[in-house]
Design a protein around this ligand. Structure first.
Ligand SMILES: NC(=O)c1ccc[n+]([C@@H]2O[C@H](COP(=O)([O-])OP(=O)(O)OC[C@H]3O[C@@H](n4cnc5c(N)ncnc54)[C@H](OP(=O)(O)O)[C@@H]3O)[C@@H](O)[C@H]2O)c1
Length: 452
């Protein structure tokens, strides 16, 4: 039997009228409902606006394309007016929740400056009980000291096992698969070290700008928005040693060891032309929309292996990938012959999802080599409709699995890295092109796939 279905659920979205609630949370809950994974549930969305349940449902239903089952699902959606700063509104929420399950998930779908006051009020009004969990969206803080303060104040009220810091990249199918591939295959794991790896690239590029999120983005930028969270989490997953067990404590213990040893060697920042004219962006903004970093992990496994990380908006295409290139030395018999390429191990996270190795193979009829891909295609194997990151995240939070959530010390190490980075003035780059300023960033190699 599905473990989740045995539990009734109250799901409270604080920030229930926001973009995230409309685009991700309600559609993901609806998909879980349609795949019969939710059991009995109530969804309560909040905002400062005075909305009726039906007005609220209309707003959050705009991204539901296939409506089959929606009429039944939406009967479980309610609205509660709540200003984060008005203590009386939490009393109203508590009343709204009378009769709902005490298995409660509070999802803080809002900015970190509100986290403290919301947490305080949830505790003060005894909304969080033994069975509750509190989920915090990213970014968690905006530098080390604010993240530490948040950790301290939240930690004074709730134990760590109730606190779920979100990084939805960790819930993407192929990111989860990376650890499985690493720790269940003896032909992979022993090769991931400075003995065999030439360099690693971690790429998350987008082919669009800030869209409607200009005001938010201008306060954060690529370093605090993407690098601090997704890229450093991916780096820790590639760099970590095998955990004693695949449980939340052991996995997070290993990841944090990596983060403690990250040293940034080189940083370049860019801003796409036209960014300053975007809605919500300051006309003289110096905020970066692209960050490229060379980092090292100072431990015996990864000594001297460069990790190149990049994230940018308005580049050529939207994709995310971890590219590991192996050293060609040590097996020289045919290396250097025409057609030989370095071996690679690539995890493609989006939009194509899969894992492949590049190897050198024989050209038919000749003693020559040509590269071939050994590929695991996720969609070919599992079909196109495997769960989205937000569905996975919700399932894990509901079942109390913290493996794909970020622990307090990881987040602090991530901010420590960011606080210690150089912040050169951003160069201006043309939307839709790979900037020349980063084309020579990787010594002896190109950014894999960035220009295709
Ligand atoms: N949008 C995405 O795709 C996305 C993706 C990943 C992560 N995130 C993260 O998710 C969080 C939410 O993002 P978003 O894009 O949904 O933001 P948003 O569209 O600006 O929504 C913010 C929500 O917070 C509510 N709110 C703001 N101030 C409030 C106050 N004083 N009292 C009560 N409610 C208040 C707003 O409600 P009213 O204005 O109606 O009161 C709205 O429901 C952010 O931390 C963001 O970084 C978003």
């Amino acid at each position: 039997m599905n473990e989740m279905k045995t539990k009734n659920l109250s799901f409270v979205i604080l920030g229930g009228t926001g973009d995230l609630a409309k685009k991700k949370l309600i559609p993901s809950l609806f998909k879980l409902y349609r795949s019969d994974e939710l059991g009995q549930f109530d969804v309560i969305g909040t905002s400062r606006k005075a909305l009726s349940d039906s007005e609220y449902i209309r707003r959050v239903g705009t991204n539901i394309n296939d409506q089959e089952g929606w009429d039944d699902f939406r009967r479980n959606i309610h609205f509660a007016k709540l200003n984060f700063y008005d203590s009386g509104d939490y009393r109203g929420l508590k009343e709204e929740m009378l009769g709902c399950s005490d298995n409660r998930l509070f999802y803080l779908a809002t900015l970190p400056q509100h986290f403290d006051v919301i947490t305080d009020n949830l505790a003060k009004h005894e909304l969080v009980n033994e069975r509750s969990k509190v989920l915090y969206e990213k970014p968690f803080g905006d530098d080390l000291s604010s993240a530490q303060e948040l950790n301290d104040s939240i930690g004074d009220l709730f134990p760590e096992n109730k606190i779920y810091r979100i990084d939805h990249y960790l819930d993407k199918e192929l990111v989860g698969n990376l650890s499985i591939i690493r720790f269940s295959n003896s032909i992979v794991e022993p090769l991931l070290s400075s003995d065999f790896v030439d360099h690693v690239q971690i790429i998350a590029s987008e082919d669009f700008g800030v869209e409607e999120r200009g005001e938010f983005y201008d306060n954060y930028g690529a370093v605090k928005d993407f690098f601090q969270s997704h890229l450093l989490q991916l780096l820790s997953l590639v760099g970590m040693d095998s955990p004693d067990q695949l449980d939340a404590r052991c996995i997070r213990d290993e990841k944090v060891k990596v983060l403690r040893n990250v040293k940034i060697q080189n940083t370049r920042l860019g801003q796409y032309r036209g960014y300053k004219e975007e809605t919500g962006v300051a006309g003289d903004s110096e905020t970066e929309t692209l960050v490229a970093v060379e980092a090292e992990i100072n431990n015996s496994r990864w000594d001297d292996v460069p990790f190149y990380l990049i994230s940018g908006k308005n580049l050529v295409k939207k994709y995310a990938q971890i590219y590991i290139q192996f050293d060609q030395s040590g097996h020289e018999t045919m290396v250097g012959e025409d057609g030989t390429v370095p071996n690679t191990f690539v995890t493609s996270i989006q939009p194509d999802r899969g894992i492949y190795f590049t190897i050198n193979t024989k050209v038919p009829g000749r003693i020559e080599t040509e590269p071939a891909k050994m590929e695991f295609c996720h969609a070919c194997h599992h079909g196109p409709n495997t769960p989205s990151a937000y569905e996975n995240l919700l399932v894990q939070a509901i079942s109390g699995d913290q493996r794909s959530f970020v622990r307090y010390d990881e987040i602090e190490e991530q901010w420590k890295i960011v606080d210690g980075m150089d912040t050169p003035d951003p160069f201006i780059y043309e939307p839709g092109k790979v900037p020349g300023e980063i084309s020579d960033f990787i010594s002896g190699s190109d950014w894999h796939g960035l220009e295709d």
